[in-house]
Design a protein around this ligand. Structure first.
Ligand code: HEC
Ligand code: HEC
Length: 194
């Protein structure tokens, strides 16, 4: 699964770069992501961390957990169903720790990360006032802009956060989202001069 999507992405980036070099236009790598944005999940702390590292990461990472928002019974059914033909031996005690954690972290009140957000290609970029206007209209109903201003992230991380915020209720179109992500990566990025 992973190697296949990696392959596809590599091929399409290479094709875009070949096309761009013919026209003499420098490609901006971040604008040519043609695969769905994937969630990023911070590993938990405490005993459940060891359980997950021991039992759950040999076949796939934990990011995919963010695609679901379920109660404990829902998580039990999903995990059983996904692994019914696989050998995933877990003690009852470890299983309970994992289920408690996923049901608390990705419970019914949380918002599942969308599986199919593909960043559109953008050709115009926000000026500072344009970005501030959108932040003011779309990002201040639940928390202050200090949440945004004090953070420094890569564009990929900003995209994951902004897609998550939209699932929670922030009103932005795909184009606005991507322009905001580009601006945030540029102005609230990880470059030490920012
Ligand atoms: C032996 C390999 C293997 C191990 C070990 C494993 N998984 Fe999986 N898991 C899979 C595969 C394969 C799928 C995808 C099944 C499908 O979608 O058809 C999957 C899917 C999932 C999904 C659904 C992801 C989605 O896209 O919604 C979750 C959640 C999950 N696993 C959690 C866990 C947890 C928690 C553990 C540890 C208790 C674990 N997995 C251990 C192979 C494994
Ligand atoms: C519908 C309510 C809501 C709206 C609208 C909203 N947010 Fe949030 N935001 C939240 C909540 C709730 C959290 C806390 C999430 C958590 O701690 O898990 C949060 C946290 C954050 C964080 C901190 C997350 C981190 O990992 O550092 C950032 C940055 C952020 N929001 C940016 C934005 C941006 C940008 C917008 C506008 C596009 C926005 N928010 C709009 C509800 C909202």
């Amino acid at each position: 699964m992973t190697w296949r999507s990696g392959d596809v992405a590599l091929w399409s980036v290479a094709a875009v770069m070949a096309a761009a070099s013919v026209c003499g236009v420098a490609p901006v790598a971040a604008q040519f992501l043609e695969k769905p944005t994937r969630p990023q999940v911070e590993p938990p702390t405490g005993p459940v961390r060891q359980v997950i590292f021991k039992n759950c990461i040999s076949c796939h990472g934990i990011d995919d957990y963010a695609f679901s928002a379920l109660d404990r019974a829902g998580w039990t059914a999903l995990i059983e169903n996904k692994h019914k033909d696989l050998n995933v031996p877990v003690s009852n005690e470890d299983r309970d720790l994992v289920l408690d954690w996923v049901a608390a972290r990705f419970g019914p009140a949380s918002k599942p990360f969308p599986r199919a957000y593909v960043p559109p290609q953008i050709t115009t970029f926000f000026t500072d006032p344009e970005a501030q206007t959108l932040l003011g209209s779309a990002c201040t109903s639940c928390h202050g802009l200090d949440r945004v201003n004090e953070k420094r992230y890569s564009p990929d991380r900003w995209r994951v956060i902004t897609v998550d915020m939209r699932e929670r209720g922030a009103k932005v179109t795909d184009e606005e989202l991507e322009r905001l992500v580009e601006w945030l990566g540029r102005v609230r990025g990880t470059n030490p001069n920012q």
